[in-house]
Design a protein. Structure first.
Length: 280
């Protein structure tokens, strides 16, 4: 258990700015910590959810969503947003594998990156704002946690199916690519995604006063399966498209590609929730 806690803190250290103390850095620890990436998403989501609920007591829905987004961005140091912007610049301005990878390594932000960031942050803001119009704040908060965990799960699966293509000496993501997760480790990763999804479904059911009678029934289990399948489909389609796109253009993935997958899968999750509410 102590070793697992060390691996979880390693994942926190890699993806957030949360102080975890002086950890002895070992490449093996970073590689094994990938099983907890979705759990890091839960932590990030919890912080964003707390800010969302507290801000809702004082401010308008727009300001509430904005403060929550700022909290998660500060907590992660714009880690995934930076990767998304780099991918926008690289795939927007490069037409060969070499050119795309060179642009990705450039620390400067170009026009494609600026436009991409504005669009995806605006879309995330508007989707969360619309969710607040249909659902109680507690449900939106849990959905935010689920989105953060779910998106990191799908981003991590990219690592399991594509080769890493960036320079080994200049990339901090390369150690993660040297080891494929075992089935048990993938189970831990998936569990971190499924737990908040189940909580979202329970909250939805509780709003229609049928939770008590269906909690242990076949009906509840079947509807839970349907809900998880429905909200996962958009993110899964994003993962499939992103994987094929990266493979086609650069023959694999980079750390920036993982950040891009996380950002777009988060958007896809919110879209799935809205579509479920409007059409089911």
């Amino acid at each position: 258990m102590k070793h697992q806690w060390l691996l979880f803190k390693t994942a926190l250290m890699f993806f957030t700015r949360i102080p975890v103390g002086n950890l002895p850095f070992k490449q093996a620890h970073l590689q094994a910590s990938a099983r907890y990436f979705s759990w890091v998403g839960i932590v990030v989501g919890i912080v964003g959810a707390i800010v969302l609920v507290l801000a809702d007591l004082l401010f308008s829905p727009a300001l509430t969503v904005l403060f929550s987004m700022i909290a998660t961005i500060l907590l992660t140091g714009s880690f995934h947003e930076d990767g998304f912007a780099d991918c926008c610049d690289a795939f927007g301005g490069g037409w060969t594998k070499e050119k795309i990878l060179n642009i990705m390594k450039d620390s400067r932000l170009g026009t494609y990156g600026v436009v991409g960031l504005i669009l995806i942050l605006s879309l995330k803001f508007l989707l969360l704002l619309e969710l607040m119009q249909f659902f109680p704040i507690e449900l939106v908060a849990v959905a935010l946690i689920a989105a953060q965990a779910n998106s990191r799960f799908w981003a991590t699966t990219i690592m399991q199916k594509l080769p890493y293509v960036q320079d080994i000496d200049t990339s901090k993501s390369k150690p993660l690519a040297d080891r494929i997760l075992t089935k048990a480790e993938m189970g831990v990763l998936a569990l971190g995604s499924l737990v908040p999804l189940t909580l979202v479904f329970i909250l939805i059911y509780s709003t229609i006063d049928q939770l008590d009678s269906l909690l242990f029934s076949y009906g509840f289990a079947s509807w839970l399966f349907f809900f998880i399948l429905w909200v996962q489909v958009p993110a899964y389609l994003v993962q499939i498209f992103a994987g094929n796109y990266f493979m086609r253009w650069i023959g694999g993935y980079t750390g920036d590609c993982l950040g891009t997958t996380q950002q777009v899968c988060e958007i896809a999750f919110y879209l799935g929730c809205l579509l479920l509410w409007k059409f089911i």
